[in-house]
Design a protein around this ligand. Structure first.
Ligand SMILES: Cc1cc2nc3c(=O)[nH]c(=O)nc-3n(C[C@H](O)[C@H](O)[C@H](O)COP(=O)(O)OP(=O)(O)OC[C@H]3O[C@@H](n4cnc5c(N)ncnc54)[C@H](O)[C@@H]3O)c2cc1C
Length: 377
């Protein structure tokens, strides 16, 4: 069987791009997944969705993503709650920087605003604001549920005839005369008109089998969640000083991520100091936090590029080969817009959002990097 498109990776990006392709009339699609759908970054993510970034590319794509999160959550019956983000700032120099970012957001239609500590208390009941100089409120940001956001769509894809093959590892991309021809898996050779690499942490490896060097490095990350509690606050909180975040998930648990010094490409291992770090940071803000019960701690990768932007679109030197990876910690939130862009590229030769064209793999060779500062966790 020859497929129109073979997608490597059943994370949120592989699955949503398949949906966008189906919606555009492409029918013969196979997704190859080495473990199980969602098992990469997607089911480890912190559910956050925002457009308050510091590059034009990110802001424009994330704004589109938020529109699509609204549509997709209705269409596939999963939650998308627009509870906002609140960035907590404890230094005057950070406030000065954020005043600039807020102006930049406004120029692109994202209505963030600087808020005083009293307003933070209104937005985040029970928070202590001692030591904060101000906050930034992003009212259009939100959160979803990665499990239903992926599985509900995957179910629809299967019913629509997409072949979802797992566990099956893609071992090689076969290129002949600079044209992507097939994916060789541990089981067989699968021929395709177009091949999309959406393999998260595995993208660099599989791309290297056809001579494409993607400058991606996997950075271990840590997260924990408490038992479920009644809703205390809606926004996702970012402690900018420590690059840590806390969100009360749609299900009610308090999910926290915090930075630990880590080395690229090492296996993500549990480290007990993560729990101390997370509890120390957030107990400062919430008196009740030490009494909550932590039920789960996990690790995963941020799949990082040198400029903290994804690699999207066609690979110039290999006809029929596309990439959607390197999301640098934001691959869940951007998935609806990134997937739409990739599907448009495949079907009609270019993405609807012009800014996506700045994110192809060629930017590294051409030295056209675009820097993002607002990365945390
Ligand atoms: C702790 C943590 C918190 C995060 N929080 C957020 C957040 O709040 N918001 C946000 O937007 N992002 C967040 N992220 C990042 C987000 O999870 C990822 O960017 C996103 O899930 C990437 O999706 P993906 O589809 O590109 O990759 P993945 O979900 O990793 O999917 C890729 C799939 O490819 C498969 N695969 C790999 N190699 C092969 C191969 N050779 N053959 C076959 N299959 C293969 C993998 O098994 C995997 O299932 C977080 C990440 C972590 C670790």
């Amino acid at each position: 069987m020859r497929y129109d498109v073979v997608v490597i990776g059943a994370g949120i990006n592989g699955v949503y791009t398949t949906l966008e392709l189906l919606d555009r009339g492409i029918k013969k699609i196979a997704i190859i997944e080495e473990n199980y759908p969602g098992s990469g970054g997607t089911f480890r993510c912190a559910t956050g969705i925002r457009a308050s970034f510091t590059s034009r590319e990110h802001v424009v794509l994330m704004k589109r993503s938020i529109e699509k999160w609204k549509e997709l959550s209705k269409r596939f019956s999963f939650p998308f709650i627009q509870g906002g983000y609140v960035w907590l700032l404890s230094r005057e120099e950070h406030l000065r920087n954020f005043k600039e970012y807020v102006r930049f957001h406004h120029s692109l239609g994202v209505p963030t605003r600087i808020v005083e500590p009293d307003k933070i208390k209104e937005l985040v009941p029970t928070i202590k604001t001692d030591g904060l100089v101000a906050g930034v409120h992003d009212p259009i940001a939100g959160k979803s549920n990665p499990f239903t956001a992926l599985l509900n769509v995957l179910e629809y894809l299967k019913k629509s005839g997409v072949e979802v093959r797992y566990p099956e590892k893609a071992e090689k991309i076969i290129v002949e005369n600079r044209e992507a021809k097939s994916v060789l898996t541990e089981k067989e050779r699968i021929d395709a008109e177009t091949i999309l690499v959406a393999a998260g942490y595995g993208s660099r490896g599989i791309l290297s089998t056809c001579g494409v060097d993607a400058p991606i490095n996997n950075l271990p990350k840590h997260a924990m969640i408490t038992e479920k509690y009644r809703e205390v606050f809606k926004p996702l909180l970012v402690d900018w000083e420590t690059a840590s975040y806390m969100v009360q998930t749609v299900s009610g648990g308090f999910l926290i991520g915090a930075e630990l010094e880590e080395e690229y490409n090492k296996p993500p291992m549990n480290r007990i100091e993560f729990l101390y770090t997370a509890v120390r940071i957030w107990s400062k803000y919430f008196d009740w936090f030490p009494s909550t019960h932590i039920i789960r701690y996990w690790t995963g990768y941020y799949v990082m590029t040198p400029d903290h932007h994804p690699i999207l679109g066609p690979v110039k030197d290999v006809e029929g080969l596309y990439v959607s990876t390197g999301f640098s910690g934001h691959g869940f939130m951007i998935a609806p817009a990134a997937s739409e862009a990739i599907a448009e590229w495949i079907v009609r030769g270019k993405p609807g959002i012009r800014e996506a064209e700045n994110l192809t793999i060629d930017r590294f060779k051409e030295g056209k990097l675009i820097h993002e500062i607002a990365v945390f966790g």
